[in-house]
Every structure is written in C-alpha cells, then in structure tokens.
Design a protein around this ligand. Structure first.
Ligand SMILES: [Zn+2]
Length: 406
C-alpha cells in the first residue's frame, strides 16, 4: 500500500461524520484513520496530555510540529479553573488553547477518585473538595457530560469510577457495575453532533470475566469508540497485557480502541500489537520536565554529569529543536541552571519521540512487518542501555496520585 497513513489522503472537512476505517491489519494490530468534526487522525496514535488547556511547557505550534494530531484536556482541572462556562463563552477549548484539531476530554472521574479523603462517592455521583481552594463540587454522569459539551470536546468520555487497585473481587465487580450504570446515564446525557463522539470505558480490574461483562454492557449501550480503563494503576505490564489479551478481541472491530493513561514506549509497542489504536500518558512531558529523554537508544538523564561536556545531540535520529540545534552539554547546563528552556526543549523532544515511535509502528503495520519492526526497536533500546535492563520511567518517588494525568 502506497498511501501515507500519517497524512491521510482524504482531506479534513468540518462536519465529517465520526468514524474509524481500517487502512491495514497486521496480526491483531490495525492502522486506520479516525474521522472527526475537527479533522482526521491516523491511528495508532499517541495523544499528548493538555491537562489544563496546555501541553505543559509547549506552545500549540510546538505540539503540532511534533506530528501530534489530537490532544487531551482534563475535565476536572478545567471545570475548577478557569471553569467550563468561561471556556464555552470564549468559543470552546479549541480556540481557547489554539488547537483547532480534535480534542479528547476525560470525564473527571479519575482525578476525582484520586482525591481520596477529599471526596465521597454515592450511587448518583461524587462530591469533592477542590485541591486548589477546598471549595465543594459535585460530578455526576450528567454534569460531566455537560461540562465536556461546554468545552466542545470532539471525543467525550463516559463518566466512570476508576476502580482502586488493589481491590477485592467484590469491590472490583461492584465498581465496574456502578460504572456501567453511569455509562448508560452518560450516553443519555450526550448530545449527538456530526463528527463528535462518545467513548465508553471498559472496567473490571484484572478479572477477565468482569472485563467481558463490562464490554457486553457497553456494546449493549453502543458507543462510537471504546476505551480500556483502570490499567497502569500498579498492576504491572504483564498483568496489563493479560487483561488486554482477554478484552480487546471482544471489542467491535469497526470502532476505535483507546488504552487510557498508558504508557512507556514499550507499553505502546505492546498495546499496538494487541489492536489498541489510541494512547495518552503524561510520561513524555513529565519526564521532559525532569531532564529525562526518551530516545531510540533508551532513556537518558540529562542531569547526569557524563553529559556535561558532550557536544552530540540528545538523539541523532530526532528532528526536534533540541536535537537539531543543541548539544547534550547545553541541555545538561539548562537543567543544572534551572532554566525553563530545558523542560521546554525536552518536552518537545519526548513528544516528538513518541510521535515518531507511533509513525514507525503505523508504517510497519501497513508494510505487514510489525513484529520485525517492534523487535528491532526494542533491540536498539536494549543496546543503547548496555547490559542494564531498560529503566522504568514511571512516576517519580513521592508523586501524588493526582499528578498521574498532569
Ligand atoms: Zn529530539
């Protein structure tokens, strides 16, 4: 196939009906194009997280320059500040953050559940205190969907309870069934518009039976896309992949599939192989703010003294501003000096790395060479890290749960 899947041939036009079409299949992996009211998205895709209406430390033009086509916004953060009504009055989140392309908003459920003692859950919704000023707020499925509508989200997520981990089988089952009732209410509250979508979220912890029950409940309701939630919460990659192996084949083949809050580059490679189309994670931007760079040869810490006199680029294979214009030594200096340009350059680099990684996977699917391509990518990571195992670049020690999506 000669079509460049990174730049879909069919032009975006406002008013495109929402849909996902397969371009190529390689094993369980799919390359496709998602059409939306705000333009097309080639999948599989990584979505940078724009928590509070900004991908941290990156201007919208810089985000676009990395190849990103869709970004996330966070309902919880935006409802508290500046407020969904204000964003709506200013024309919605697209003009507000200078992102005319597709935007996916989460439902606020994950952040609210992360508030711990600051929130109380009941069958109807969640009451919580703002982490900013302690003010009292309430989120229900209906309110979450109204807020996402006010923000003008291209893709609205159903409001759900992110099941705590670890939890007893009874807790996981009860939590999943509550989320399915909320999914039904979310769907009823959603105002269908051409080119807009709502995704349901599969829950059920690490129990394959509960995951299957959740998929059946969501398919009965019917959504434009399906997300797998409640993973990457501490269960480990092997367990996460086992859940995906049991869950993804049950999802409708003609709808996009989104693995929420995941993950490391290796998680993305593994998720794509299992038929996941969409990912989001704060790791590349958070790592960029703390001097860690993802590269074709693994992870670098630019604070490390060994970079202090290194005239070479962070990643010779990368076309970002940092790699084209600056040395490792300069990045090292910026972080040591506490200069804000360090986090800006390295956030751009890491998002660019994630976009390049996904483009490579898409092209490999189209060529029918995903397995060989993935094996090569992993081998080069390992080679770059020497004999040491690939470092786990997860949350830094002491990160608050709320930080996971910021
Ligand atoms: Zn770079």
């Amino acid at each position: 196939m000669s079509q460049d899947v990174c730049r879909p041939a069919v032009p975006a036009s406002s008013g495109d009906a929402f849909g996902w079409e397969s371009v190529a299949q390689d094993g369980a992996a799919r390359a496709g194009v998602m059409r939306t009211a705000h333009g097309p998205v080639a999948t599989p895709v990584f979505m940078p997280v724009g928590t509070a209406g900004t991908v941290k430390a990156m201007a919208a033009d810089t985000v676009r320059s990395t190849g990103a086509t869709i970004v996330l916004g966070n309902t919880y953060h935006l409802m508290l500040r500046p407020g969904a009504e204000r964003v709506q009055a200013l024309g919605g989140l697209h003009p507000f953050m200078d992102w005319p392309g597709p935007i996916l908003t989460d439902s606020g459920g994950f952040q609210v559940m992360s508030l711990g003692a600051l929130r109380t859950l009941d069958a109807d919704g969640v009451t919580f205190r703002s982490h900013l000023d302690g003010s009292r707020h309430r989120l229900t499925p209906e309110r979450s969907i109204r807020i996402q509508h006010a923000l003008d989200a291209t893709i609205t997520m159903a409001f759900d309870e992110c099941t705590p981990y670890p939890a007893t089988p009874e807790q996981v089952a009860a939590s999943m069934r509550l989320s399915m009732r909320w999914a039904e209410r979310s769907r009823q509250a959603f105002v269908a518009r051409r080119g807009y979508a709502m995704f349901g979220i599969v829950q059920g912890g690490t129990d394959a039976g509960l995951r299957a029950e959740s998929v059946a409940a969501l398919r009965e309701i019917g959504f434009e896309g399906y997300a797998v939630g409640g993973l990457a919460v501490g269960e480990g990659q092997a367990e996460m992949l086992r859940v995906l192996d049991a869950t993804v084949p049950l999802l409708p083949a003609d709808r996009p599939r989104y693995l929420m809050g995941v993950g490391t580059p290796d998680d993305l490679v593994a998720g794509v192989a299992r038929g996941i189309d969409m990912f989001d994670c704060v790791m590349p931007t958070r790592a960029g703010r703390t001097a860690r760079a993802y590269t074709a040869r693994g992870v670098l810490n630019l604070r490390n003294a060994r970079h202090a006199g290194d005239p070479g680029p962070v990643d010779a294979a990368c076309g970002c501003t940092a790699c084209r214009r600056h040395s490792r030594a300069y990045l090292h200096h910026l972080f040591r000096a506490g200069e804000m340009l360090g986090p800006m350059l390295l956030s751009e680099h890491n998002i660019r790395y994630y976009q390049d990684l996904m483009r490579g996977l898409r092209e490999a699917i189209v060529r029918g060479e995903l397995a060989a391509h993935s094996a090569h990518v992993r081998a080069v990571w390992q080679e770059g890290q020497g004999s040491a195992p690939l470092p786990e670049v997860g949350d830094p020690p002491g990160a608050a749960p709320l930080d996971r999506h910021t």
